[in-house]
Each structure stands twice: as C-alpha cells, then as structure tokens.
Write a protein of this length. Sequence first.
Length: 257
Amino acid sequence: MKEGCEQEANAEQGLVGSPGAPPLVPGDALHCSPEEREVFYRIIAARRDIRRFRPDPIPDDVLGRILWAAHHAGSVGYMQPWNFMLIREKAPRQAVKDLFVAANEAAAALYGGERRVLYDTLKLEGILESPLNICVTCDTRRGGPHVLGRHSLPETDVYSTCTAVQNLWLAARAEGVGVGWVSILANDRLRGIFGIPESVVPVAYLCVGYPVEFGPVPELEAQGWGERLALDDLVLTERWPAEGSVRAKGSVRADGG
Ligand SMILES: Cc1cc2nc3c(=O)[nH]c(=O)nc-3n(C[C@H](O)[C@H](O)[C@H](O)COP(=O)(O)O)c2cc1C
C-alpha cells in the first residue's frame, strides 16, 4: 500500500462520501507523510474556541464525520459513556442562554477593578447565534457496575467523555466548523431543560457552526485576559518539584483570573 491517507482503500470499502464515513484505513496501514503530519499539527494549532457564528447549517455528512471522530475517542474499559444531544430548536437554546446569563452574572461578580471591566467585554458563548448546539453527556451507568479500569477512579468516565469532546473539536476544525464550549451554566438546571437523569452528567455544552473567523490566537489572549504558558515551565522530570523551587512557583493570579 502507498503511504498517506489511503484513499484507494477507502474506495474499496465503499465508505467514501457516505455520511459519517471519514477516510478509514486499518490501524497498521496508516503512515503519515511529513506533509500529512504537518496538517495534523496545523489542525491542533488552528483549533479555536468560537463564540461568533454564521447561521449556515452544517451539512449532514460533515456533522456525521465530526460525530464519528468524537465516537472514536478512547474510553475507560471501552465504556463509550458519551451521548451527543443535537439541539436545533430555539426554545431550549433560549432556556440555556438564560442559564448562561444568570451564571455569568455570578461569575462576573468574582472580579473587581480593571479585571471586571475586561470580563464584561468578553463574549463567552454563541448559544443562539450558532445553528446547532450539542450537549455531550456522560452516562455513568453505561457498561454496568464494573467497568474495567474504572474501579479505583470512577471519574474516568467523565475523563473519557472529554477525550470525545476534544476529538469532536479537532475534527470540526478540520472541516472548517467552529465549536465553542460553554461551561458557565448550572448543570442541574441544564438537566432539567433536557430531561437528563441524575446518573448522566452533562459534560460539555457546545455551540457549533461555521465561524465568522478562526482567530490566529485564543480570543482570551487577543483580549488580554491570559496568555499561553511556556511549555518548558510545564514539563517536569521524574517527580514533583520541591516546594519553593523555581519549577513549583505556579501561576495563580492574585485576582483569581
Ligand atoms: C472545559 C472547558 C470549558 C470552557 N468554557 C468556556 C465558556 O464557558 N465560555 C467560553 O467563552 N469559553 C470556554 N472555554 C474555552 C476556553 O476559554 C478556550 O479554550 C481557551 O481560552 C483557549 O482558547 P482556544 O480554545 O481558542 O485555544 C472552555 C474550554 C474548556 C476546555
């Protein structure tokens, strides 16, 4: 087989062009060329959290591939605890927007002075502007009471769901689709809006659609709220550094931001 994305193999499998079918190859047949590797890292670098959307709907085949990517994330014990609730109707989205407004007021009150002024200028959701919202949930009961690998760390089901969200986010970027994660919400009230039972955790409420733009840097960086930490400061060797050492100094802001 030739190196690369193996389009011929896909054609043989009859998968090309059908909704939700990305270029599939057997795992051991994937060899990234330098160019493909570069594209992979470029997608990671170009992923952005999006809050401003164009109203155009996402075609079914594009959405299918994005959800396929999410569903192929790793999960503890192969639990696959996720569901993807597609929300297009206005009324529930308005209800979620109301939740956001209330939670955001409470969050804003945590800041004072210049930080508060800056916070109030930030746009932190695109719930109504985006054509699609997706609530990614984690069903804590899926797989029964004894999920392999989860016994000592029950929250690994939520960790697993987060890996699905990241797959979704990256696949969307590859498709030119923007995703904005809204966590400024009261989860119990979110459950109420969508009839989600107690045993299911709403992990990510996502606004999805074609973006006005993919900014060159995170919006919070462009707005002066924060900046990317130096990777070198985050890589530790062998053990946690001693208290007071340069590596342990941390980066907690006095104003909590
Ligand atoms: C778990 C999680 C929750 C987030 N919640 C929000 C949110 O409520 N509102 C918002 O505007 N952005 C939210 N974001 C997006 C972050 O602000 C964003 O990822 C960060 O500023 C870096 O920007 P980038 O995603 O464009 O690289 C969230 C991101 C994550 C991973």
